[in-house]
Design a protein around this ligand. Structure first.
Ligand SMILES: [Fe+2]
Ligand SMILES: [Fe+2]
Length: 480
């Protein structure tokens, strides 16, 4: 078991006190992080007492403590999962060799780029969600938002620790730049597109935490397999926190559906206009939000046929989630059947061709497909609820070829089922497939803050239980 140093200025389990240079560098970064938090973190509420969990160790049973905290006083720490003695590399050309405890010179820039890209998403999401506190549907939800925000802040710390500890001067410069880029900033945007898209209503937040935080889960699981052991250990612990973020999305969408079902029963109709008149979210609208955030998150996995992904796999830098479940950990002469759009399609046939590409080059696509299967779990559950309630509506994930901006299907017009269509059909249809200006304005009109303990906004059902066994009407945030 690692030693927890919770009393230090930066709580940690990496014996920061034994490396004074590193400790000083991180203590120098700490006030810059706090400045960023105050400027770009949740707008207002900084002096509110929030019922938060804080990571205090990595023991599966007792890793977090719960209590009232003012967010700027949150103890952001550096925690890595315990080392596995004698850990070996589990895939790629170096399979079976000792995992790396330092960065091999030849892989330095590739590893740094991965860590910076992952690190960049963490503060980006906090910036994207900055204004949501003002329109939270309940104190319970407000608390969950802030919980996610402080933990994304801690994930930034996790990546900054790796940069400082293993990448010298370049790493320190990258750590500074992580606080300088800003979500949606036209001059200095965040690295990945999805993390520059505004999240200004709570339906988008639930979609983001269901779909985009789940992309995060898959990235972290890929890095958990990494030959670079400190990265693997860091990501394994981050996954512990990530589960709650997806829970917020999963239960949030489920609660919207439950509320709408109640309205359908009350009104004895599933007519979207009637549901809207009653202040609910119609399932057609929910489906359009889902289409938008799911497809945007699919792009985060990168191109289907990628030599970068192949070399990340070959070198052992980034693997596949749950690598142990694959039969072949080398994938040297194996191949993958990749569906790609036929160029200059003339409308005959389905316009799809299948190429055999080396399996290693298809790693992004393999990971994307396991992500999609994970996304489907929630849909099945919601659809059962919709079916049991006797509604005729079912939600569906769109095809991974639909509305893509990156990869083989980028800018190829298809309908949500993945059927190829003309550019004209696409621009005529897209208004029905992703949220329209009307939809967004309607959702915005529903966003009113509810600050009375236990009360919920009218468009969402209450959750089944409170946080950490507390009752639902607990005052999760004390708003001054
Ligand atoms: Fe995160
Ligand atoms: Fe997250």
């Amino acid at each position: 078991m690692s030693t927890i140093q919770y009393g230090d200025r930066i709580p940690n389990n990496v014996r920061l006190d034994e490396d004074r240079v590193l400790q000083r560098a991180l203590e120098h970064w700490q006030p810059r992080f706090l400045d960023w938090w105050k400027e770009s973190g949740p707008a207002d509420f900084q002096s509110s007492d929030v019922y938060l969990r804080t990571a205090v160790g990595v023991d599966a049973k007792g890793w977090a403590s719960y209590g009232q905290v003012r967010m700027p006083d949150y103890r952001w720490g550096i925690f890595l999962a315990d080392a596995e003695p004698g850990r070996k590399i589990g895939f790629g050309d170096a399979m079976g060799q000792d995992a790396w405890q330092s960065v091999p010179g030849e892989y330095r820039s590739m590893l740094r780029r991965f860590i910076v890209t992952q690190g960049d998403t963490e503060p980006a999401s906090v910036e994207q969600q900055r204004m949501l506190g003002h329109i939270a549907p309940s104190l319970y939800d407000l608390r969950n938002l802030f919980q996610i925000n402080v933990e994304e802040g801690r994930h930034l710390w996790a990546m900054v620790y790796l940069l400082h500890a293993y990448f010298g001067r370049d790493g320190r410069e990258e750590a500074e730049a992580l606080l300088e880029r800003h979500s949606g900033d036209p001059d200095n945007a965040r690295i990945l597109e999805t993390f520059n898209e505004p999240i200004d209503d709570w339906l988008s937040l639930y979609m983001f935490t269901y779909f985009t935080d789940r992309d995060g889960k898959y990235q972290l699981k890929s890095f958990a397999e990494s030959a670079f052991d400190p990265l693997s250990r860091t990501c394994r612990f981050m996954l512990t926190e990530e589960a709650h973020h997806m829970f917020v999305g999963d239960t949030g969408i489920g609660r919207v559906i439950r509320r709408t079902i109640d309205l359908m029963k009350e009104l004895k109709t599933d007519d979207p206009a009637a549901i809207r008149r009653a202040g609910g979210i119609d399932m057609e609208l929910l489906q359009r939000y889902l289409n938008y955030w799911f497809t945007s998150s699919l792009d985060l996995f990168g191109g289907e046929d990628s030599s970068n992904a192949a070399s990340a796999f070959a070198t052992g830098i980034k693997g596949r989630p749950d690598e142990a479940g694959y039969a072949d950990h080398l994938e040297r002469d194996t191949s993958f059947e990749l569906a790609r759009p036929v160029a200059d399609w003339d409308g005959s046939g389905d316009g799809i061709a299948v190429d055999e590409i080396p399996m290693r080059n298809a790693t992004n696509e393999v990971v994307r497909q396991s992500y999609i299967r994970d996304c489907e779990i929630g849909l099945k559950r919601w659809n059962r609820t919709l079916e049991r309630a006797g509604t005729g509506f079912q939600l569906a994930l769109p095809s991974s070829h639909f509305r893509r901006k990156i990869g083989a299907w980028a800018s190829v017009p298809t309908d949500p089922s993945g059927r190829r269509i003309t550019a004209g059909q696409f621009s005529a249809g897209i208004g029905d497939w992703v949220p329209s200006a009307d939809d967004k304005a309607y959702v915005k009109s529903l966003m009113v803050k509810v600050h009375e303990p236990g009360k919920m906004a009218g468009w969402i059902a209450p959750p089944e239980r409170g946080i950490n066994n507390l009752p639902l009407d607990h005052e999760y945030v004390r708003v001054p």
